[in-house]
Write a protein that binds this ligand. Structure first.
Ligand code: CMP
Length: 143
């Protein structure tokens, strides 16, 4: 199976609930290697650009407002089958439908405030990773 990259964002609700450590520990225990990471606060423009694919959706304004409401922690994760395995680890977008023991089932309050983002394909993983990190910030090749 090929090593893939996926982009996650620990969202503002994750940071506000002091769950950065707990969620990051789950990610690492599940075998993902963090190859880039930073704490940042998105502007409405940056959040809107990241979620541009959703700009016609009725929840777009709410999504942009929430994602720019406080600090967040984007990370690039590497692992074989990273995209699908990460989506399994975090659970369904709607926490009410997320499988027991998943990050969203355990910590998320709603569809909008759902603790973490995960790329939905390997191609989007590459695009989303590049949105936040130049390749020179990726430490994948360090021992
Ligand atoms: P995420 O995986 O970051 O990708 C798009 C985000 O849009 C999604 O998580 C949710 O947080 C948000 N989203 C999707 N559907 C809805 C909805 N119906 N209402 C509010 N937010 C939504």
């Amino acid at each position: 199976m090929a090593v893939e990259r996926t982009l996650t964002i620990l969202k503002p609700d994750c940071v506000k609930k002091n769950l950065i450590g707990e969620v990051t520990a789950r990610i690492q225990k599940a075998g993902f290697k963090i190859v880039a990471m930073k704490m940042t606060r998105l502007t409405e423009e940056t959040a809107g650009g990241f979620y541009a694919v959703h700009k016609e959706r009725p929840f777009f304004g709410e999504l942009v407002e929430f994602m720019s409401s406080g600090a967040c922690v984007p990370m690039i994760l590497e692992k074989e089958n990273a995209v699908a395995d990460f989506r399994k680890l975090i659970g369904a977008t709607n926490p009410a439908e997320a499988a027991e023991g998943t990050i969203r089932a355990d910590f998320a309050d709603s569809m909008g405030e759902n603790i973490v983002h995960g790329s939905d394909s390997a191609e989007n993983g590459r695009i989303e990773a590049a949105y936040f990190f130049p390749e020179s910030d990726v430490v994948a090749n360090q021992a």
